[in-house]
Design a protein around this ligand. Structure first.
Ligand code: 8YV
Length: 333
């Protein structure tokens, strides 16, 4: 009997070696060893021939790319949790299944969120700069480099899914009082465990918290959820932390208000026009008002391998004729 041809799996970016090796064993995996981001035209070429596409957050799989997809393309197995890089509705309407990698980046992203929650009020980047900058440190002084205390403050989490809950558990250990806004109230058991107060009205919560953390996905419903109007509800002592997606905040309004002293500062791991970063943010960083990271929330060796493992399980299950575990369903969008 002739051996069955292995399915063509096109992977758009360099993945950890162990993940790529396993993909090669299982599939006809076309890898991107040089890690050069693919253009829209290259993505369109890929969907014409692939059986499975494995994109990441840096690939825009929009309606125009999908309109070129060939009959073979039946699965887009996203290497990432957020699927806002993919026009999921169009994919589904063309009979293409979409999967993601939830769960395995929860703790890493929550760690980075906590790091940002601490870094701006406690002036971590500024302090480090004192020792690595041009001038020599002249020594300790009782009234120098004073930040703001974390313990006893109120944290308002927007989006109480897996990551929001993992942030809440950490934040509680740092003495923060947990408030949250979510589409739905979470189970009483979870609320009790993290001592969380639910706000159906985001507007009402914003005016009452000292730190806001964005932990919801970017969907049409959450685009500019923190709009200029809502940002105005924050008190001037409030800090904003975002490890979710830049598009959830009206970034221009945030920058303007931090510059004007109407918001105390921000810790940002994601940006509205990534990888472009508004130069006014770099200026605010030099002034110690913001801490900026280049989308590193889930960037751990272990996390990336786990994500790759999930992608492989989704592809394998699908190709074996079963429902892959991490299907993205219309109700999730
Ligand atoms: C990933 C992320 O690095 O998974 C997500 O949604 O935001 C990131 O942490 C990225 O998406 C990989 O595609």
């Amino acid at each position: 009997m002739p051996a069955r041809k292995k399915p063509l799996v096109i992977v758009t970016r360099k993945l950890p070696d162990t993940v790529e090796t396993r993909m090669r064993e299982l599939f006809d995996a076309r890898l991107n060893l040089e890690d050069k981001p693919m253009s829209q035209a290259e993505l369109a070429e890929a969907v014409k021939v692939a059986d499975v596409l494995v994109p990441t957050v840096t690939d825009r799989i929009d309606a125009s790319v999908l309109s070129q997809s060939g009959d073979n393309l039946k699965l887009i197995a996203n290497f990432g949790n957020g699927v806002d890089n993919i026009d999921v509705a169009t994919a589904l309407s063309r009979g293409i299944t979409v999967t993601n990698t939830p769960g395995v980046l929860t703790e890493d992203t929550a760690d980075m969120t906590m790091a940002l929650i601490l870094s701006v009020p406690r002036r971590l980047a500024e302090g480090s700069q004192v020792l690595t900058g041009d001038n020599e440190w002249t020594g300790w002084s009782p009234t120098w480099m004073l930040g703001k205390r974390i313990w006893g403050k109120r944290l308002g989490i927007i989006g109480m899914g897996r990551i929001g809950q993992a942030v809440a558990r950490r934040a509680r250990a740092f003495g923060l009082q947990i408030h949250y806004h979510n589409r739905r109230k979470v189970a009483a058991r979870i609320e009790e465990e993290i001592g969380a107060t639910y706000w159906e009205s985001l507007d009402q919560m914003l005016a009452r918290v000292d730190i806001v953390s964005i932990n919801c996905p970017h969907t049409p419903a959450t685009y500019h959820l923190l709009s200029a109007r809502r940002l105005k509800l924050l008190r001037p002592e409030t800090y904003v932390v975002n490890t979710a997606r830049g598009e959830v905040i009206d970034e221009n309004a945030l920058i303007r208000m931090i510059g004007a002293g109407e918001i105390a500062g921000a810790g940002l791991d994601v940006f509205e026009h990534e990888p472009a970063v508004n130069p006014r943010l770099a200026k605010l960083a030099r002034e110690g008002k913001v801490v900026l990271l280049p989308h590193m929330g889930s960037a751990t060796v272990e996390g990336r391998i786990d994500m790759g493992e999930k992608v492989i399980i989704n592809i394998k299950t699908f190709l074996d004729g079963h429902k892959p575990p991490d299907r993205v369903l219309p109700a999730m969008l």
